[in-house]
Design a protein. Structure first.
Length: 215
């Protein structure tokens, strides 16, 4: 809950700041994409935020362009919304198989198809919203309110160490009993332990300590 609380606070602060920057500083009257991308930057991943943010911003740009183009071709309506989203996702998959990119393209095209008429003056403001949201999301998540890097590593490593400890205990029992088959089974299980959570936590911690002045 403590980890979730901090992520929730990060998302709330990032959404508010992104909306303020896009609406009051850039003067976009409907800066919908700014808080959406800010929250997506924080919530999508705890590591490789820069890469994820670039994918989100690229997804916003492609989704807006496709949505605007398709709305001008097929118009607006129930069937048209389905067609626009389906075509946008297919195009996104052709460009990249990254889930964050594909999802953002589909979502951005959907917003354009539902909320905005076919106009030529909305692409640039929405793209700027995406850039603002991505930058604010990174600043809040990594610089202003970063997760505690050591806490994340400990939290991710505790289950792995428990599994290793239990496995080593069983391995010791197998050695005392001279049970080669049991020892082989335990070693196989130990070699198959999932270390992805620890690797993700290490990557996120490295990102924080390299950038955040607080850490």
């Amino acid at each position: 809950m403590r980890l979730s609380l901090l992520v929730a606070v990060q998302c709330g602060v990032a959404a508010a700041v992104a909306w303020w920057v896009a609406k009051d500083l850039i003067h976009n009257p409907q800066p919908l994409f700014a808080p959406a991308v800010a929250v997506g930057t924080i919530a999508s991943s705890v590591s490789q935020r820069f890469r994820r943010t670039l994918l989100l911003i690229a997804g916003v740009a492609v989704g807006i362009a496709l949505g605007d183009l398709l709305v001008s071709w097929v118009g607006q309506g129930y069937v048209q919304i389905g067609v626009i989203v389906a075509v946008a996702i297919l195009v996104a998959v052709l460009l990249s198989d990254e889930g964050a990119f594909v999802t953002q393209v589909g979502g951005s095209a959907l917003v354009i198809a539902v909320l905005f008429p076919a106009r030529t003056d909305i692409a640039l403001p929405r793209f700027l919203d995406g850039v603002v949201g991505g930058v604010v999301g990174i600043l809040v998540a990594v610089v202003v309110l970063p997760l505690h890097p050591i806490y994340r590593i400990r939290r991710a490593g505790r289950p792995l160490l428990s599994q290793m400890s239990a496995g080593l205990d069983r391995l010791a029992d197998a050695a005392l009993a001279r049970d080669a088959e049991l020892a082989r089974q335990v070693l196989d299980r130990l070699r198959r332990l999932d270390t992805s959570e620890v690797e993700t936590a290490m990557s996120a911690a490295d990102e924080v300590v390299r950038i955040s002045p607080l850490r």
